[in-house]
Write a protein that binds this ligand. Structure first.
Ligand code: TYD
Ligand code: MG
Length: 484
C-alpha cells in the first residue's frame, strides 16, 4: 500500500518551491478519512479511494513545520554511522497464540507499534483480549485499555473466553493524557492494547474523537510513549465504510506493522493478514475460527476450508494455494446460468479478482471454444478467503469447465497453475509445498503445469499422489489430448 504518497508529494512539492508556496499561504488541507489521501481542495468524492463525503478539513501541518524549521537554529549534529555493522534480530515477546505470532514475524517487538484493523464486530477485541491475557499469563505486565467498553463488560467477556484468571490490568479510558500519565508511572509495563484508537481523545486537539486530526494526534502521542518507554503498543482501528470515522489507513504510515483481521461475519473463519511489517514478512496469514468460546487457532486451514466440500457436484475444483509460506487448499466454485435480460452478462466474484476471471473466460472461449459469453458467471472461493495468486487460474478454469460441461472434477484431484493468454499453462512457485499439502490431506492426483524440459527431474511427488501435467488449457476439456 502506498505510504501516503499524495502527502509525501505535497511535502516534496512544498520543499521544492520553498518560499513561493509559503507566500501563498494555504492554511488548510483535506484528508480522506477512509484512505488518508491528502487534497488541496475540498471535493465530494475522494479521488484516492472513490469514497464519498470522506474529506476532512485539517490545518496544513507539513508547511507549518517547514516554515518553523527554516527559522530555527541550534540543532545538534546527528551521529552518522557506517552501513556495515553487527545487527541483532529484534527481541520478541511471544503472545503464545501461534497464529498471531506467525503474522507478527515471531512475536511482539518491544517499543514497536502494531495496528490491528478490521470491520466492527469481526473479533478484534476478542483476539486482543485473548492475546493480552496469554501475555499476562507469562508473567508480563500487560494493560488493556478500552475506550469502548466498561471494565465490567471486559470482565464478562474474559469469563466467556475462559481467561478471567489472567493477571491482565484493565482500564476504561479515552483520555490519552491520562493514559500516558499512567504509563509514565508504571515503567515495567511490557505491552499495551488500545481498543480502539477512534475512541481516544486529546484535549489539545479541537476536533471530535474519531476525526483524522484526533486519531493521528492520539496515535502520535501513544507511539511516542511506546518508543520512550519500550513497551509494545497495539492499536485497534475499525475499518469504517460510512466515512464518519477516520479509518486505520490514515495511521498506516505511522506504525511499524499493520494487520487486518478479515472474514465474513456469516462464516466462522477469521484471517489475520499483515499489510505492512517492519519486523517481518507481509505475506503471512493467521487463521482462526470464531467459536462461542472465542477465537480458536486453526493450525490446519486446508482441512477447515475443505470441510464442507461435497463430492461429485459440477462446478467445483480444489486449488492448492499458498498463503505466505503456508500451503492452503481451497475449494473454488463456479456457477453458470443463462444470461437474464438484455444487458451485459453478470460476473459476480467472491474471493478472487474480477479482471482475472474476465481474462480466463476469454481464454476459455477463444482457445477452447467454450461458449461462455452468453452466460452469467458466479465464482466463489469457499470459506471466505481471498485468493490473489495467479496460480489459482487452473483451478478456476477447471471449475468453469466443469460447470459448463456438467461433469464434476475428480474429487481426489487438486489443481494449480497459471494460465497465459494463448491458453498455455505456466509454472508457479513452490510446487513441492503444494503437492505435499495435497498428499497430506489424502488427495490422490495433482493437475499441474507440464515440466518445461522433459529431462528435468522434478523432485519425486509425495507417496500416493499422481501427477497429471497439462501444457494447454484445452487439455482440461479433452484429457486424452495431453498424452504425447
Ligand atoms: P469483537 O471482538 O467485539 O469485535 P470487534 O472488536 O472487532 O468489534 O467480536 C464481536 C463478535 O464476536 C460478536 O458478534 C460476538 C462474537 N463472539 C463470539 O462469537 N464468541 C465469543 O466468544 C466472543 C467473545 C465474541
Ligand atoms: Mg471491539
Amino acid at each position: 500500500m502506498p505510504e501516503n504518497a499524495p502527502e509525501n508529494k505535497a511535502v516534496a512539492a512544498a520543499g521544492a518551491k520553498g518560499e513561493a508556496v509559503l507566500a501563498k499561504k494555504p492554511t488548510r488541507q483535506y484528508v480522506c478519512r477512509a484512505c488518508g489521501a491528502v487534497h488541496a481542495k475540498w471535493a465530494g468524492q475522494c479521488d484516492g479511494c472513490g469514497e464519498w463525503n470522506t474529506l476532512e478539513e485539517m490545518p496544513l501541518e507539513p508547511l507549518a513545520a517547514s516554515s518553523v524549521t527554516s527559522r530555527v537554529g541550534g540543532g545538534r549534529r546527528v551521529r552518522l554511522e557506517e552501513l556495515q555493522g553487527q545487527v541483532q534480530p529484534p527481541p520478541r515477546v511471544r503472545s503464545g497464540i501461534a497464529e498471531l505470532d506467525r503474522v507478527l514475524g515471531g512475536g511482539f517487538v518491544p517499543a514497536s507499534v502494531v495496528l490491528v484493523g478490521g470491520d466492527p464486530g469481526i473479533g478484534k477485541s476478542t483476539l486482543l483480549l485473548q492475546a493480552a491475557s496469554q501475555l499476562a499469563g507469562q508473567g508480563e505486565r500487560v494493560l488493556y485499555i478500552s475506550g469502548e467498553e466498561a471494565v465490567d463488560q471486559i470482565r464478562l467477556r474474559a469469563q466467556r473466553l475462559g481467561v478471567a484468571q489472567a493477571r491482565l490490568e484493565l482500564a476504561a479510558s479515552i483520555n490519552v493524557a491520562d493514559i500516558i500519565a499512567t504509563l509514565d508511572a508504571e515503567p515495567d509495563v511490557r505491552a499495551v492494547v488500545i481498543d480502539s484508537i477512534q475512541t481516544m481523545w486529546l484535549e489539545t486537539v479541537e476536533s471530535a474523537p474519531g476525526t483524522v486530526s484526533q486519531v493521528r494526534a492520539c496515535a502520535f502521542e501513544l507511539i511516542r510513549a511506546a518508543k520512550r518507554r519500550g513497551f509494545s503498543l497495539v492499536l485497534v482501528g475499525h475499518v469504517t465504510k460510512e466515512g464518519a470515522l477516520a479509518g486505520p489507513r490514515v495511521l498506516e504510515h505511522m506504525v511499524d506493522a499493520v494487520m487486518y483481521f478479515e472474514g465474513d461475519r456469516g462464516h466462522q473463519f477469521r484471517i489475520l493478514r499483515a499489510a505492512k511489517n517492519r519486523y517481518g514478512a507481509t505475506d503471512e496469514i493467521g487463521v482462526f475460527a470464531m467459536t462461542d468460546r472465542g477465537l480458536e487457532e486453526v493450525s490446519n486451514p486446508s482441512a477447515l476450508f475443505l470441510a464442507e466440500r461435497r463430492g461429485n457436484i459440477a462446478g467445483s475444483a480444489v486449488f492448492a494455494g499458498l498463503e505466505g509460506t503456508r500451503p492452503v487448499l481451497l475449494e473454488v466454485q463456479a456457477l453458470l446460468a443463462p444470461k437474464g435480460g438484455d444487458g451485459a452478462p453478470r460476473r459476480a466474484v467472491v474471493g478472487w479478482d474480477t479482471g482475472r476471471l474476465a481474462m480466463l473466460l476469454a481464454v476459455l472461449e477463444t482457445r477452447c471454444g467454450l461458449k461462455l459469453s452468453g452466460m452469467d458467471v458466479y465464482l466463489n472461493v469457499a470459506g471466505g478467503l481471498k485468493v490473489a495468486e495467479p496460480a489459482a487460474d487452473l483451478a478456476v478454469a477447471a471449475a468453469l469447465v466443469s460447470a459448463a460441461t456438467g461433469v464434476p472434477t475428480n474429487s481426489g484431484e487438486v489443481y494449480f497453475g497459471e494460465v497465459g493468454l494463448s491458453g498455455e499453462i505456466r509454472q508457479v512457485a513452490q510446487a513441492d509445498a503444494r503437492l505435499k499439502e495435497a498428499a497430506k490431506l489424502g488427495f490422490t492426483q495433482a493437475v499441474l503445469p507440464r515440466r518445461i524440459a522433459r529431462g528435468n527431474a522434478r523432485t519425486r511427488p509425495p507417496e500416493g499422489l499422481g501427477l497429471r501435467e497439462l501444457g494447454h488449457i484445452s487439455d482440461l476439456i479433452s484429457p486424452e489430448a495431453e498424452a504425447d
